[in-house]
Design a protein around this ligand. Structure first.
Ligand SMILES: [Zn+2]
Length: 480
């Protein structure tokens, strides 16, 4: 048995999140258990464990006795037939369903029929429906009818990581219990139970690292603990961003160039933006608490990074929110804040493949530096990485002091670049690099790889490929 299953909470007191613990205790001790709950929150925060504890409480034979004796007892005894069978997962009246695999209307119709039947042995039947947001709308409506007029002997516990995806009427007819990501301190406390039980030996630093890497999930924390106990501390080092203290040093010095370079290299080496952000925040946190009066500015930095961390899950380019935060902090481009478009700026029409393709193209061509064209590219990347990626499949064709003509290889890219919002960002950067207001126009040209030299209107050298050639021509065009 995995340690997570072995040490999962067995009663309300063992639940890791204090506010969940208190809400459920209040409900149970009121003696009025609602007929439908909605447990909502991130994965690994204890929803299923809490649902099973509630299932035990609802049917525990000892609690039933204590009610008759009017003695207040709200924790499951964990000894009676009902409690034991729930723990073992073989209680016939506690039905756990994964909505992801029973999401259709037929499943829910069957459910509606089955719920009418009396419990086999228990006082009440408890349906635990995991990932409830996965139900189809039809299925949700069918479930709603059952929840609206439930048989006396049924309690529903819906669990979901995405409550906003449930139909409103289900949300409004269930008792909502919010689960949240755990703090590092809460995770450490939770791990103590496992460490004591298994007689493991962990130094505080390793525990701190595990808590940090678990990203608010009790389940992930126990899994990591188990892996570290088997594979040793090195396990934690894998996939961890190296040299974050150096990165933080760049931030303190407001060295934009080095900070952005660090991000690029760390991401290429396989570190996730969340990992970099988290470790950077740990570093900054140490300095903030050293001397608050001295380090007020660091609070601003911490806030920027926390905001970036919040945006990472929704960003198609994982490191972009981090890069934006770094630029804002270093003050390099603060005047262009209004130009910083949301990281989702590739738009709905763009497929994931296209994003990946353009981003890969951008990464591939990162070596050359210094010249005007590259300055344009590197100035635009942190502000809008997707424009920069689009420009990687383009080259400057002409510049007359007022208008910069870009030869773009693909129609789709041309359309994206001509999009008003994108063009404004681009023109602004180009104007800044060239130190003169500049209009940008795009024209379709053949991509260089195809070597169509025959009778194109462009200079032959342009069709030959690689960035170096483009740079050479760019130099000529910009009169460098
Ligand atoms: Zn019991």
């Amino acid at each position: 048995m995995t340690l997570y299953l072995k040490y999962r909470s067995n009663n309300l007191d063992e639940l890791d999140l204090p506010e969940v613990r208190e809400s459920l205790k209040k409900i149970v001790s009121s003696g009025k258990i609602p007929h439908a709950f909605l447990f909502a929150g991130p994965k690994g925060t204890g929803k299923t464990s809490a649902a099973r504890i509630m299932a035990k409480i609802i049917n525990c034979e000892e609690i039933a006795k204590s009610e008759k004796l009017k003695v207040k007892s709200y924790e499951p005894c964990d000894k009676c037939e009902q409690c034991v069978s729930v723990t073992k997962g073989n209680n016939l009246d506690v039905i756990e369903m994964d909505a992801a695999s029973h999401r259709g209307i037929d499943d829910v119709r069957t459910l509606r029929d089955v719920v009418k039947l009396s419990p086999v042995k228990a006082n009440k039947k408890v349906y635990i429906i995991d990932e409830a947001h996965m139900l189809t709308t039809e299925a949700s409506n069918a479930l709603l009818k059952t929840i609206e007029e439930p048989p006396e002997h049924v309690v529903f516990i819906l669990a979901t990581t995405n409550p906003e995806k449930l139909i409103d009427t289900i949300r409004s007819r269930t008792t909502f219990i919010r689960f949240r990501k755990a703090s590092s301190e809460e995770i450490r406390q939770s791990l103590t139970r496992v460490i004591k039980g298994e007689k493991l030996d962990f130094d505080p630093k390793t525990l701190e690292d595990i808590a940090g890497a678990a990203n608010g999930s009790f389940r992930d924390a126990v899994k990591l603990l188990e892996q570290v106990s088997v594979e040793g501390n090195n396990f934690l080092e894998k996939g961890k961003a190296q040299g974050v203290d150096e990165f933080v040093g760049f931030l303190y010095k407001k060295n934009l160039h080095n900070a952005l370079n660090y991000i690029k290299n760390a991401v290429e080496a396989g570190a996730g933006a969340e990992g970099i952000l988290k470790q950077a925040l740990i570093e900054i946190h140490k300095n903030i608490i050293l001397d608050i009066s001295e380090n007020r500015e660091l609070i601003v930095l911490a806030e920027l990074l926390i905001e970036a961390n919040r945006q990472v899950p929704d960003s198609p380019i994982e490191e972009l929110p981090l890069e934006i935060a770094v630029i804002k902090w270093c003050g390099g481009e603060t005047k262009n804040e209004e130009l910083i478009t949301k990281s989702g700026d590739m738009g709905d029409k763009t497929s994931v493949e296209e994003v990946v393709e353009t981003v890969e193209a951008a990464v591939e061509n990162m070596e050359v530096e210094g010249e005007i064209w590259n300055t344009i590219l590197s100035s635009i990347k942190p502000i809008n990485a997707s424009i920069e990626a689009l420009l990687r499949a383009a080259r400057p064709v002409a510049y007359d002091g007022k208008t910069l003509t870009l030869g773009v290889y693909y129609k789709f890219h041309k359309e994206r670049l001509e999009d008003t919002q994108h063009r404004q960002v681009l023109e602004n950067i180009v104007a800044r690099v060239l130190q003169s207001p500049t209009r940008v126009v795009c024209t379709l040209v053949e991509p260089p790889a195809k070597k169509i030299i025959e009778e194109t209107k462009i200079e032959p050298i342009l069709t030959e490929g690689k960035d170096k050639d483009i740079i050479k021509v760019a130099e000529e065009i910009f009169g460098n």
